[in-house]
Design a protein around this ligand. Sequence first.
Ligand code: NAP
Length: 285
Amino acid sequence: MKITTKTKVIGIFGDPIEHSLSPPMQNAAIKSLGLDMIYIPWHVKPQHLEMALNGVRAMGIRGINLTIPHKERALNYIDSVSDEVGIIGATNTIVNDRGKLVGYNTDGKGLLLALKKEYTFMPKGKKIVIIGAGGAARGIAAAMAAEGATTVIIANRTLGKAESLASEFSLKIRSSTFEGIDLSSEKLSHAFKNAHLLVNASSAGMVGENDLDLPLEQLTKETIVVDIVYKPLITSLLRDAEGLGLRTQGGLDMLACQGEIAFELFTGQSPPVNAMLEALQGEFK
Ligand code: NAP
């Protein structure tokens, strides 16, 4: 591509940054639409985050995605946040609106979009079980509740984190019921009964991590099982759920959809969905 003084710049900050799949995905979208734009990965250490975000303002960079470990601390250095960021307490997409940095969070919305596309799934009136109580689980729980889920159960290895997230969200979002439980088989069996959606939003099942041991037989054929882990593409949770005849979705769909939402925030243009998903899939060949 030809870079000129008019080329708009977007990108991502992270530490580490080498693992990020956003550059190939977003640059494929830019290329597909023929935009005069480039998406650059920057290795930004935590102690330099404030300087880097000031650099975004100073250099007129149009927008920035944030990955580990910047999603929460960045809130100290930006000008305003969207409603969902106010609830979640973390941002992964910052738009530079004429010098003012506005924080969004596309993680939970990305999963909602992916489930709507594949299964026309809508959370309204549904019971959702989420494994994990970290950043991704927060975004997903908030998005499900914002779309009218009746009950959101947060099941986590460390019970205290699940309980404190459930009580925090109970105060912030009055329209849904939140409950925090541990990963014991008894508690999970009870939670799985009548669940419409099970999401693994923990790191369990990732390359190098242990697999989850879940009482999947308690789920019904109506339940959709999502694993947001995408390394490996097919986790043992997805394999087990498929073996029981349940509907499943892997983490690449959410990754593509959260990227689509970020692309639209950065460019104001409808994202070229196929080009983005193909670029991601290409990274796994
Ligand atoms: P995080 O904030 O570090 O939270 C990690 C969560 O996983 C915690 O609740 C932790 O439990 C739990 N956990 C870690 N190892 C575990 C294990 N071996 N067994 C059971 N629970 C375990 O991480 P995050 O940002 O939420 O990300 C979680 C996962 O989602 C990562 O694999 C990440 O790559 C993936 N992710 C995917 C997408 C996507 O678009 N597909 C987006 C975001 C994240 P404790 O509280 O007990 O430590």
